[in-house]
Design a protein. Structure first.
Length: 296
């Protein structure tokens, strides 16, 4: 952000107005050990419960509960089947870092600190604090290629420096407690209260049927937006009374203004005057030809 501010002051102000603390990785808290800081989980969940939205409230909540219960059970089975120390994606990231570390050059310093030269760029690695100048080790919890170069040179294993969040033991503990099944209404205890009345019969909702999609906020782009048709937010209202923009006729307190005459629609009609002159000219020509034939 400081580099952007020195390059373009206006661009820095515009970016600061969007509140980058909520979406920029530069402002994220170190220690989350997650490289995917997106809202993909929310989008996936909204798509999963799309069919449940069509049902009444209690049935909708029951479907969502069952989906979450089944998903947790499947993840628990997957975690119990793994026999490795870390998850599959963690092993892939470790192997990638080790492969890229072969192109790094290590320079030792005192205090278990090293300087790594990678593609003509230097990075400082502190093995005691488990930090690197690129910041990937602090954010992800997996040693980057610069740290992997130091670890492999010291004849140690990169696996020993990976965060515990990627272990299969943590994965099993995460899905160890699942959502419990719920008994049906017939097995519920009887209470001295009024029963739940069914909803009234209705032929259907008025208007266009809804697709039961999630209501998007003002900052989200609509997937059904058209490039040739403006949305209601981008339209400019024009008053039919005073012919000014920004309000409509019911809220107008200004005197009325006569509208400009509009151009008639359709093809323009021929002028009757020119049509009469043309007809008279044709008649005179025919009479001249007829009299000349009679004289002969």
């Amino acid at each position: 952000m400081n580099a952007l501010k020195s390059y373009n002051q206006l661009a820095h102000q515009t970016l600061q107005a969007t509140n980058p603390h909520t979406w920029s990785r530069a402002y994220f808290k170190v220690g989350s050990c997650c490289n995917d800081n997106l809202n993909n989980l929310n989008e996936s969940f909204n798509k999963t419960i799309r069919e449940a939205r069509r049902k009444p409230l209690l049935d909708m909540l029951e479907d969502i509960r069952r989906q979450c219960m089944v998903r947790t059970a499947k993840r628990s089975i997957m975690a119990n089947r793994l026999k490795t120390r870390y998850t599959k994606r963690a092993h892939i990231a470790i192997e990638t870092a080790i492969a890229k570390s072969q192109d790094c050059i290590r320079y030792m310093a005192t205090g278990d600190v090293y300087e790594i030269d990678y593609h003509n760029c230097s990075y400082s690695v502190d093995m005691g604090l488990k930090t690197c100048g690129c910041g990937m080790w602090q954010l992800n919890g997996i040693p980057c290629n610069h740290a992997a170069c130091v670890i492999t040179t010291k004849k140690q294993k990169v696996d020993d420096y990976v965060s515990d969040y990627y272990t299969t033991i943590r994965w099993r503990k995460t899905y160890e407690c699942s959502i419990r099944p719920v008994e049906g209404m017939k097995l519920w205890p009887m209470l001295n209260r009024l029963p739940v009345l069914p909803p009234p019969n209705r032929l259907g909702n008025r208007g266009r049927p809804s697709n039961y999609a999630r209501r998007k906020s003002a900052n989200e782009s609509s997937s059904s937006s058209s490039k040739t048709k403006l949305s209601r937010e981008k339209r400019v209202m024009t008053c039919s009374n005073c012919r000014e923009e920004g309000h409509t006729k019911p809220r107008c307190s200004k005197p009325s203004v006569q509208p400009e005459p509009k151009r008639p629609r359709g093809r323009p009609k021929n002028d009757q005057r020119f049509l009469g002159v043309h007809v008279s000219y044709v008649v005179q020509s025919l009479l001249k030809v007829w009299f000349s034939d009679c004289d002969q």
